[in-house]
Design a protein around this ligand. Structure first.
Ligand code: SF4
Ligand code: SF4
Length: 402
């Protein structure tokens, strides 16, 4: 489409990037068919095409109204539209630029600002988040049921059992997963150990930066990225991959190169991190797995592929193949391309839409009576946990058969 971004904006990297992305969009509307918010709300401005138009208007210097902000805020950043788009429009990057731009043009209502600030202050820091969830568990019986459901149960802390191997990888421990389900990485370490791969665990790594970035705090996100790079720097030449068992963090690691491209002190290592970043399934899917004993009675698994895995990282069918090789029966899941409504902090900031998406997703996942739901991202795992079927990270199912 035609654009008329002001010259001062076009002189910036963000402006140039936005202009290129906008010009790639031919306004065909194919993406609307797979957009969860458009399907739910039926408003063109809650579709990718509508949001692209809103961002274009905004960047061209038109007023940013509360309505513009509302439709942008309602976007899940699920990237389903990117998968559908025949013109290769990099929507999420445009959204990111739009969200940063909004920060400079409007002031959110006080309560909204406070909520976002508190999320940034607590969630990316494992000690603070751990303290909050432990305290919340104490008062859970007195909380409304809906709020109580959001509090994760006490985590199982397992030791990292492994031997030294010539093949080495780093693993991102992250923030929410390291507190809520630390067993996921401990089990991943056991699986990798059986495959002859050692996991290095340097101190001082933390949140990948995604939470701050999606809340519009770009500089804070970059600081989290630099901190991880500082922790990994000495190992970058000895590892074959930097693994993430949470696809939401993995997609962010793969974007470090872009995020830090203008930082002279970090851009080379950021590019190296992005080149090494792999989802856990990408690494295990390429290995020759040992013979596995199928379960005595068939176990039916519904796999929920997180948006950050299938749309963000374009990894499809890999986990499903691993689980089939392990002897599980994969059941069909209708509309598997649609978001479950978790989407980072979306489930808290846009609770109503999120709950509807969750109800639809749980109905689709449960339709063929699975014994267990498997997934690959901590956000989805916690979000879907209040259904009737247990939700597990797929690595725990694999380890049970190894
Ligand atoms: S984003 Fe892609 S699919 Fe959507 S309107 Fe633009 S060109 Fe068409
Ligand atoms: S990222 Fe998801 S919710 Fe946002 S416009 Fe694209 S398909 Fe719709």
């Amino acid at each position: 489409m035609q654009t008329q971004l002001p010259a001062d904006l076009l002189a910036t990297r963000a402006g140039k990037t936005a202009d290129t992305i906008l010009r790639n969009c031919v306004h065909c509307g194919f993406c609307t068919a797979t957009c969860p918010t458009y399907q739910l709300l039926g408003d063109e401005l809650d579709s990718p095409r509508g949001r692209i138009y809103l961002i274009k208007q905004m960047l061209e210097g038109n007023e940013v109204s509360a309505r513009t902000q509302l439709h942008i805020d309602r976007c899940l950043n699920c990237r389903s539209c990117e998968t559908t788009c025949p013109s290769g429009v990099h929507y999420s990057r445009l959204l990111d630029i739009g969200q940063q731009y909004i920060q400079t043009q409007t002031t959110r209502p006080l309560l909204d600002r406070l909520q976002r600030y508190l999320l940034r202050l607590v969630v990316p820091y494992p000690k603070r988040y751990g303290f909050l969830t432990a305290s919340a568990r104490l008062i859970k019986p007195f909380l409304p049921a809906k709020l109580g459901q959001k509090i994760p149960p006490k985590a199982k802390v397992l030791p990292w059992k492994q031997q030294n191997h010539a093949r080495k990888v780093l693993v991102l421990e992250g923030c929410v997963q390291s507190v809520s389900t630390p067993e996921t990485n401990a089990l991943a370490v056991q699986v990798l150990d059986k495959l002859g791969i050692e996991v290095l665990r340097p101190p001082k790594t933390g949140c990948c930066g995604a939470l701050s970035q999606h809340l519009g705090a770009n500089e804070e996100a970059l600081e989290f990225m630099r901190r991880n790079i500082d922790a990994w720097r000495v190992h970058l030449n000895e590892v074959e991959a930097i693994i993430s068992s949470a696809s939401g963090c993995g997609v962010e690691l793969k974007d470090y190169a872009h995020a830090l491209a203008e930082d002279e002190d970090y851009k080379d290592e950021a590019a190296q991190v992005s080149a090494l970043a792999k989802d856990l399934s990408e690494v295990i899917g390429k290995e020759v797995l040992p013979e596995m004993t199928p379960p005595e009675t068939p176990i039916k698994v519904a796999f929920h592929s997180p948006c950050t895995l299938q749309h963000g990282q374009k990894i499809t069918g890999v986990v499903e193949t691993i689980l089939k090789r392990a002897g599980y029966q994969l059941v069909n899941v209708e509309n598997s391309h649609l978001c479950c409504g978790s989407a980072g902090t979306y489930s808290l900031l846009q609770a109503e839409i999120s709950e509807k998406l969750k109800a639809n997703k749980l109905a689709a996942l449960g339709a063929n009576q699975p014994d267990v739901i498997a997934t690959a991202n901590i956000g989805c795992q916690l979000h879907l946990a209040d259904g009737d079927v247990p939700v597990k990270h797929w690595i725990s199912l694999l380890l049970e058969r190894l």
